[in-house]
Design a protein around this ligand. Structure first.
Ligand code: KG4
Ligand code: ZN
Length: 332
């Protein structure tokens, strides 16, 4: 079954063509340069940019797959969670293609994309596995036992981990997105400031990052120029990496799960990878970090999740499917 999938939940426009679990093409247009000058994603601009580029990307994805639109069996798109204006562009475009080609349409939960795209990089990954999803919009720990058995066992109660990186970077006068900038600046820094590890003593798998942000802010105000930005970036990164690893390995131990997958933009962080590798040896757990291009949003993950959904549910989605900005795992 050949699927053409569109991802447009935030600021990346992606189109991918797949056949089964094989990706035939995967093209992406990033808007990072446009949003950088505003210090974050501007939803109105994001939606307009998706609209400008989507038809060209669909053509490019078909060309790269050496197929024409009439060869496609199913059209898929992300319907949530994400920015409503952005979601509506990809969703409407995919539905339009389905109508004009008289082919079925399938709506995909973006979170399922992050969860099931791991089969792309790790074809031998076995259930059950834990996913630590850490991006600009998400910080969640999920146990995946099968396509229809996913439990969220931890989440952030305020900011997402990537959002915390972005906010601290902004306070430090660094560019957007803040994660890679903090990582770059932290190189060669030392942990001379012990920032708080929010909720780390709590016996659950929830996260909180807003107190950490406030603590960095107070520290900077109090100490004015008496610090090295490298050490601040390093100390902050250590605090986040500590909390993320402590919670996800704790979740694996408590639930007796031996496989952990890291997903989302923050999973690109080298210090997180390094710490996780150290802990995994001690805990005797297998860890999986997707290649960098698979950490961040793309349409191949939507194509893969669409394929899984069709195989498991044996049904398509109605054309009345609307964009759901706060779509969760449980209500898919
Ligand atoms: O998954 P993603 O591309 O988009 C969504 O938010 O859905 O994640 C982007 C987030 C941003 O907050 C960015 O600062 C963070 O991931 N990020 C990183 C790194 N690369 C990207 N955070 C820490 N270290 C990195 N190397
Ligand atoms: Zn994402």
């Amino acid at each position: 079954m050949k699927i053409l999938a569109i991802e447009s939940s935030c600021d990346d426009t992606g189109v991918s063509v797949s056949e089964g679990r094989k990706i035939l093409s995967n093209v992406l247009a990033s808007q990072i340069e446009i949003h950088r000058k505003y210090g974050g994603v501007v939803p109105e601009i994001a939606a307009r940019k998706h609209l400008e580029i989507i038809s060209y990307l669909v053509q490019e994805a078909l060309q790269k797959a050496e197929l024409s639109v009439s060869d496609i069996d199913v059209f898929a798109a992300t319907y949530g969670p994400g920015l409503v204006g952005s979601l509506l562009i990809g969703l409407s475009f995919a539905k339009g293609l389905a109508i004009s080609e008289s082919k079925p349409f399938v709506a995909v939960n973006h979170l399922y994309g992050h969860i099931f795209s791991n089969f792309l990089s790790f074809p031998h990954l076995e259930f059950p596995y834990i996913v630590l999803l850490v991006s600009g919009g998400h910080t969640e720990i999920l146990i995946v036992r099968s396509y229809d058995d996913i439990t969220k066992i931890g989440k952030t109660i305020d900011d997402a981990a990537g959002e915390a990186f972005d906010k601290i970077a902004r306070i430090l006068g660094l560019n957007y997105p803040g994660g890679p900038e903090i990582e770059r600046i932290a190189d060669g820094g030392k942990e001379i400031y012990k920032f708080p590890r929010p909720l780390s003593k709590k016996d659950n798998f929830d996260f909180s990052f807003s107190g950490l942000k406030t603590s960095v802010l107070y520290f900077l105000k109090k100490n004015r120029d008496k610090f090295d930005i490298k050490d601040i970036a390093y100390s902050f990164q250590e605090a986040i990496v500590d909390v993320l690893t402590q919670k996800v390995f704790g979740a694996a131990r408590k639930n007796k799960v031996k496989n952990i997958v890291f997903a989302g933009g923050v999973a690109e962080n080298k210090r997180l990878r390094e710490r996780a590798e150290e802990i995994a040896i001690v805990e005797k757990v297998n860890i999986y970090f997707p290649p960098l291009s698979q950490c961040t949003d793309n349409a191949a993950m939507i194509a893969i999740a669409a394929n899984e959904k069709i195989q498991k549910r044996e049904e398509y989605s109605p054309l009345s499917t609307n964009a759901i900005p706060y779509l969760d795992i449980e209500n898919d």
